[in-house]
Structure formats: C-alpha cells, structure tokens
Write a new protein. Structure first.
Length: 95
C-alpha cells in the first residue's frame, strides 16, 4: 500500500534510518541540491534520476550542493526522450 508524502526536517541520516525502520525500499527525495548533497555525504544515495529540459536562461540549479562531498561512482543506466526533455538515470556503484 502506498504511503502519503511526508515532510521531514533535521538530520537526514536519522530520516533515512526511520525510512529503513518501516522497510521502505524506494524513496523519492525532494529538497533540491542541498538535500541530495546531504544524502550523498552520509552515503545514503543509490540512484539519481534527472530530467533535463532546455532553458532560455542559460543556467540552472546544481544537482548536489555541499562542502567537500565525497567522490561517488555512478553508472548511467538509462537515457530516454520525454517530449522536449531527457530523463537520465544513474545508479551508484558500490565499493
């Protein structure tokens, strides 16, 4: 059964521990580059899905934000056209 969306604040590692405690296997993380950077920093990121749409502004937000983020190896596993955009999926290569 699908659970409703929930908003969480605080230590992202504790949030991921709570998610694992209720045995969710796939989680959609929203929060922009800051939240993604925090997940990367605590080693809790396993897949990245991005939709790239053209822009007339010439710039966009960062995918990850954070100071001194650890290096993570990601393998591009899917690339699909989505109208005038492109959906990309990278999967984390675990050591």
């Amino acid at each position: 059964m699908m659970q409703p969306l929930r908003r969480k604040e605080g230590d992202i590692g504790a949030v991921f521990d709570e998610i694992e405690g209720i045995e969710h296997r796939r989680v959609w993380l929203c929060g922009g580059a800051d939240a993604a950077g925090q997940a990367l920093a605590v080693n809790r990121l396993s897949e990245v899905r991005v939709t790239i749409a053209s822009t007339v502004l010439g710039a966009g937000p960062a995918l990850f934000e954070g100071k001194q983020l650890p290096i993570r190896k990601l393998q591009l596993t899917d690339c699909r056209m989505n109208g005038s955009a492109v959906d990309l999926t990278w999967v984390r290569e675990r050591d």
